[in-house]
Design a protein around this ligand. Structure first.
Ligand code: BDR
Ligand code: CA
Length: 318
């Protein structure tokens, strides 16, 4: 049976590739998508998701309107230089496709319907998931099988500041709430997602035969993202697909090595904003909500799977 997934996201190029990966993967059953601000604003994120679903003829996947700002209410910058003005690199989704949003509480109907058959995957800012804990309560939220969370950088450099990763930096209050409250939470921080490098050669392999409606789009948005990463990290051989790796982990958790730790997130507006911290000192069992944190991964297995899924036939789309 494919794994049922409720996805929180902010597409964004790597989010979009993650959605395409999920739609093409026969082991994933995407039952709903919560669209929020992050890489672009919430309206644009919704339009981008609606466009991808339309290409796949999967308009039956429900869309739920998520957060428009962080919990603090402040404005956070988008990153057009990495994701493009509209979030899909050079692609502008047709204005005719808007996407119909259900109200936020539809999240709790999905959780009630699927319970422990469902995993929640969050590849965006943590705001909407934190609000879900606030409105739905921990008991309801923790009836799901688990949470797969892309965020943080554990004792390793950040990507928006020296120490902070973009999802946690975007809303550190929300990230802290999720770290405290999500039971059976598995964290995929930059420690592993920065290693999830997809190269132009792998994209060329995906392009060899035209099998699904996404391939041309995959190449265009990847090329844009790769160009941006080459400026950020001179000499890099490809681009890290942070969000795709997190979806891959849903079907292949055994490809990672994990530790279990409590994770805290820096809240102040200085150097520590959004910085994630876990305590690696040898000491007796620590108090608090422990996350399972992925710190190493099997890179060849990820890239092989990525090329296979992204070049798979339309027949996987039911
Ligand atoms: C994360 O930040 C976002 O901009 C990406 O989509 C990814 O979810 C990486 O730090
Ligand atoms: Ca994202």
């Amino acid at each position: 049976m494919p794994q049922k997934v409720l996805l929180y996201c902010d597409p964004g190029i790597d989010d979009s590739l993650a959605i395409i990966y999920a739609l093409l993967n026969p082991e994933i059953d995407l039952v709903g998508i919560v669209t929020s601000y992050g890489n672009v604003d919430q309206e644009q994120a919704t339009q981008n998701v609606a466009y991808l679903l339309d290409l796949a003829n999967k308009q039956d996947v429900i869309l739920i309107g998520g957060a428009k700002t962080p919990l603090s209410g402040e404005f956070t910058p988008y990153y057009p230089e990495i994701h493009g003005e509209e979030g899909l690199g050079p692609i502008k989704p047709p204005a005719t496709i808007k996407g119909e949003l259900l109200n936020f509480d539809a999240i709790f109907n999905v959780i009630e319907e699927y319970g422990e058959e469902l995993v929640i995957v969050d590849i965006g800012r943590s705001t909407s998931l934190a609000i879900s804990f606030n409105l739905g309560g921990e008991k309801t939220m923790n009836t799901v099988k688990g949470f797969y969370l892309m965020g943080g950088a554990i004792l390793t450099p950040g990507n928006v500041t020296a120490g902070a990763e973009a999802n946690f930096y975007g809303d550190p209050i929300a990230a802290g709430i999720v770290m405290d409250k999500a039971e059976r939470g598995v964290l995929y921080p930059l420690n592993v997602t920065n290693e999830a490098i997809i190269t132009p050669e792998m994209i060329d392999q995906i392009m060899v035969e035209e099998n699904n409606p996404f391939q041309a789009l995959i190449k265009e948005i990847f090329d844009y993202y790769f160009e941006a990463y080459q400026k950020l990290v001179p000499g890099i051989e490809g681009s890290p697909l942070h969000d795709v790796l997190t979806l891959y982990a849903v079907t292949t958790p055994q490809a990672f090595k994990y530790v279990e730790k409590v994770v805290s997130v820096g809240l102040n507006d200085g150097h520590l904003r959004g910085v994630s911290m876990a305590d690696f000192r040898p000491k007796p069992d620590e108090e608090g909500n422990k996350l399972t944190i992925a710190l190493e991964m099997d890179y060849p297995s990820f890239t092989e799977d990525f090329v296979k899924i992204m070049s798979s036939s339309i027949s996987n789309l039911t």
